[in-house]
Design a protein around this ligand. Structure first.
Ligand code: B12
Ligand code: SF4
Length: 492
């Protein structure tokens, strides 16, 4: 069967700092290919809708699968699905991915028949079975599959992460993938899931709080296959278990692989596994993202981050001492006023790190979605991208965006424009001499992407698809069925 797999367009964030390969979709593609299908992959972070329609016309897929990891992409995918069904020989349309898994029923309702099924949870095992079941009522009995007529049992977890390494060869224009000065940049996955349970995050609810590791050999093999000199490690929390990190490091040394790496981890993991991170620094670790989230213990408790402010500050010192480029994130609450923004801005100016700001957003799949008592001011999927305020702001909304962008602009002043040229000019020029200009081109783009007028105006757009509001919980804890995609393993 001819199968076209599609990743939707970029969101605000990716317009500036990075653009990365759709690793999940590439793994699903590998599994579908292994089942004997002819697969093409199109990434709309790079290509245009016109390219999609060209592909639909020329390849004439019998099935089209969309990846929806981000809520803000829901309207785009519904519209593409509707037009695809209307235009061409009515291919089978299926949708998978992180966010789609949490909102399967409403997604299908919005699409009004244009989407044949939603595939909840991990896609590698189930996607080939879905294709096999097209036209058969057994479709809605498959684990994780939801159609308008029924739903199968909860999805099952892949028991071996080494299976189905990403089909990177299906990607086109790979030189477009980059993160900051790591240009070009590929992605890899060493582990999946997260054992913590932060209230604003849906990584743990998706994977049922499980945590799985691929083998060090498979990691080495995958890295050896990658042509790009830079690698983004997509793990939610990198190197939770030091032995696993050391085993991969030894494998990299044995194979004499030399690359530069980006990873994301927690402050307590960095403190606990300092020797490991030092080792990785020698191997090429260049850029690290630490989820700081808040600058006071009360807010950290509220996010259920399970670290203290002191631990966070200690981790920053360790990362600095390692000589890494460090990015951190702070969650701006809609209740912030001018004074709070000014305090945070002052702090951001004094630290050497790249400080990102996201807006506290309860989205389906997070515990916050079920427990947040403030009324949502919008249920437009497009605004659920952690760059817009969907809860009532204490400041008038426009003022809130002005303060937010002013605070985000600290990053622009310190790490983009001429600041970046001073720091990374040499590396950027070397990349440019090899034809890689993704990084150079982003350096002066800040104010076209982050713009309070633009962010405010997004709220005025007509809303075509509205999110289904959360069911009021009336003080009770959410049930497992409400919270999880993959069910947690029973405790014995
Ligand atoms: C790596 C990553 C990124 C990368 C994106 C890489 C890319 N191009 O996809 C970067 C750093 C760019 C990124 C950015 C953002 N991210 Co992000 N990201 C992740 C992260 C940590 C891992 C994703 C990943 O690669 N996993 C590994 C692969 C193998 O898994 P997967 O993609 O989920 O795919 C599997 C299944 O979902 C399924 N599947 C996927 N697609 C399909 C399609 C079909 C047809 C089928 C059948 C199955 C299927 O099968 C796959 C294999 O099992 C997740 C957290 C998480 N654990 O999922 C957050 C996450 C997805 N990101 C999130 C957010 C909020 C963002 C940002 C909006 C943040 C911001 N500051 O602005 C931006 C927006 C990016 C954009 N699209 O423009 C949220 C999503 C929130 C939401 N519900 O919308 C998550 C869940 C993190 C969180 N803390 O809650 N992100
Ligand atoms: S924010 Fe990080 S540590 Fe917390 S649950 Fe999500 S992935 Fe895990």
């Amino acid at each position: 069967m001819r199968v076209l797999l599609v990743h939707p367009s970029p969101l605000m964030y990716s317009e500036l700092y990075l653009r990365l390969e759709p690793l999940g979709l590439e793994r699903v593609a590998a599994a579908i290919q292994a089942a004997g299908h002819e697969v093409r992959l199109l990434d709309l972070q790079i290509f245009k809708h016109a390219d999609y329609w060209h592909e639909v016309e020329t390849f004439a897929p019998q099935a089209v699968g969309f990846s929806v990891n981000y809520l803000a992409n829901v309207p785009e995918v519904i519209d593409l699905a509707k037009e695809t069904k209307a235009r061409r020989g009515s291919p089978f349309v299926f949708v998978g991915g992180h966010s789609a898994s949490f909102i399967a029923a409403e997604f299908l309702d919005h699409a009004g028949g244009a989407i044949d099924c939603i595939v909840r949870g991990e896609g590698e095992v189930i996607a080939p079975l879905v294709l096999e079941a097209i036209g058969d009522p057994k479709l809605e009995t498959l684990p994780g599959v939801v159609t308008r007529h029924g739903a199968g049992p909860s999805p099952t977890l892949l028991n071996d992460l080494d299976l189905h390494p990403p089909a990177r060869h299906l990607g086109r224009r790979r030189h477009k993938y980059f993160i900051g000065v790591l240009d070009p940049c590929a992605s890899v996955e060493f582990t999946r899931g997260c054992p913590w349970d932060c209230s604003f995050c849906s990584a743990w609810t998706f994977y049922g709080r499980s945590y799985r590791k691929g083998s060090a050999e498979a990691a080495g093999e995958d890295l050896a296959r990658i042509r790009e000199p830079n690698v983004f490690i997509v793990d939610d929390v990198a190197f939770i278990q030091a032995e696993h990190g050391f085993a991969i490091a030894r494998e990299i040394e044995r194979r004499r692989i030399r690359k530069q790496y980006y990873l994301e981890t927690r402050c307590d993991v960095l403190i606990k596994n300092q020797e490991l991170f030092k080792y990785w620094k020698r191997l090429g670790l260049f850029y690290m993202f630490l989820g700081i989230e808040a600058l006071d213990d009360d807010a950290l408790r509220l996010h259920r981050k399970r670290v203290t402010l002191n631990e966070n500050l200690r981790a920053l010192e360790i990362a600095r001492a390692l000589g890494l480029t460090v990015a951190i994130n702070i969650i701006a609450d809609p209740s912030w006023d001018e004074v709070r923004f000014a305090q945070v801005r002052d702090w951001a100016l004094t630290v050497p790190e790249v400080v990102h700001f996201t807006v506290a957003t309860p989205y389906p799949g997070t515990e916050l979605w079920l427990t947040e008592s403030r009324q949502l001011t919008s249920r437009d999927y497009r605004l659920f991208d952690v760059q817009h305020a969907v809860l009532p702001t204490k400041l008038p909304l426009k003022r809130f965006y002005e303060e937010l962008v002013r605070t985000q602009a600290v990053l622009n002043r310190k790490h983009l424009g001429w600041g970046a040229v001073r720091r990374y000019g040499g590396a950027a020029l070397r990349a440019a001499s090899r034809g890689q200009t993704n990084y150079l081109r982003m350096l002066w783009k800040f104010s076209t992407v982050y713009n309070p007028e633009r962010q405010y105006a997004d709220h005025e757009q007509p809303v075509r698809y509205e999110m289904r509001p959360p069911r009021p919980l009336a003080g009770t804890k959410p049930s497992k069925q409400e919270l999880y995609v993959h069910m947690p393993a029973p405790v014995h």
